[in-house]
Write a protein that binds this ligand. Structure first.
Ligand code: DHB
Length: 311
């Protein structure tokens, strides 16, 4: 009997696979599609306080080894997602879902989180500290001072289960510095990684997306080694109460297996979900179960974090 069930904080999930924020999660219809698939749960599109149109199209392009996007945080505004989730938690009291959000300023982030705090929402909140695509707004989590200040302010009033979505880091010192900040706070999880920011993809003599002269976040096969490195670096460093969600380059069950081996408790699928649709969850789950069965693993705990090193 092989099981891919998992837990984040005190919440249980029948499957460790779910969508990555940004894919298949803008509308209730899309969220229902993920909910009713083999996925264990869903996360909403990152919500801002108000509806946002986002950047001009074309702004997302699938490419052979992954994807490039510069969406610019298009979303329906916090109330749309929060109202849906409040309704859903009454209809499906035995399941838990993720709400992703970030403000266009630290002040707006606090307004959003205070609304969630004051609501009856009982799920998990993911604060997105890593959107690379809003012109003039840097990826928050690359600014350690600001990140520390925002988290200190947030935990002065926010008592519900909260995690953060991180951009990829590329230097060991940055893993150390980021961890020193995150370990000060009662975070329930960190999600590694968001897209690798500000890549360029060229076809013939042209970029393939309109915003920012073609610069956009890279996902898919390109980013798996970076994603795994971030999952494992934080798994090695973070207080064990802070769990890891692994995101980046998950095309197959083998990729999900590697994320879990690096320490992930939940695995998110972005680019592959965009390319393949919600059927990807069943396929990847089955592939993961075959690998686990071959190795004699019955649960994720049997191999989570147990990456082997060469002496
Ligand atoms: C957007 C893209 C991202 O990769 C992200 O993490 C958040 C937002 C976007 O452009 O909407």
């Amino acid at each position: 009997m092989v099981s891919t069930k998992t837990q984040i904080a005190s919440f249980e999930f029948d499957n460790c696979l779910m969508n990555a924020a940004g894919v298949a999660c803008m509308t209730i219809e899309e969220l229902e599609g993920v909910k009713n698939s083999a996925a264990g749960t869903f996360v909403t599109k990152t919500a801002t306080l108000d509806f946002r149109q986002g950047n001009p199209e074309p702004r997302y392009q699938d490419v052979p080894l992954g994807s490039i996007n510069s969406m610019g945080l298009p979303n329906k505004g916090l109330d749309y997602y929060l109202d849906y989730l409040l309704d859903l938690q009454e209809k499906e009291p035995n399941r838990t879902f993720f709400l992703s959000l970030v403000g266009m300023s630290p002040e707006e982030t606090h307004t959003l989180l205070k609304k969630v705090q004051e609501s009856d929402f009982r799920g998990l909140t993911e604060l997105n500290l890593s959107c690379p695509n809003v012109p003039g707004k840097p990826q928050i989590a690359y600014d350690f001072e600001t990140t520390d200040r925002i988290l200190a302010e947030v935990f002065a009033y926010f008592t519900k289960p909260l995690g953060i979505k991180l951009p990829p880091y590329f230097d060991i010192v940055h893993f150390d510095q980021a961890t020193a900040i995150f370990n000060k706070y009662p975070l329930k999880f960190v999600n590694c990684v968001n897209s690798i920011g500000n890549g360029l993809y060229i076809e013939d003599e042209s970029v393939v997306i309109r915003p920012k002269n073609g610069f956009g976040g890279i996902g898919g096969e390109y980013i798996k080694p970076t994603a795994l490195a971030n999952v494992h670096a934080f798994y090695q460093r973070l207080n064990p109460q802070i769990q890891i969600i692994g995101t980046g380059g998950v095309l197959t069950g083998r990729d999900a297996f590697e994320h879990i081996l690096c320490g992930a408790s939940m695995v998110q699928v972005g680019t592959t979900l965009h390319k393949e649709g919600v059927g990807a969850f069943e396929r990847i789950t089955n592939e993961l179960k075959v690998i686990m069965a071959e190795k004699g693993y019955e649960s994720l705990e049997d191999f989570r974090g147990k990456l082997r090193y060469i002496d």
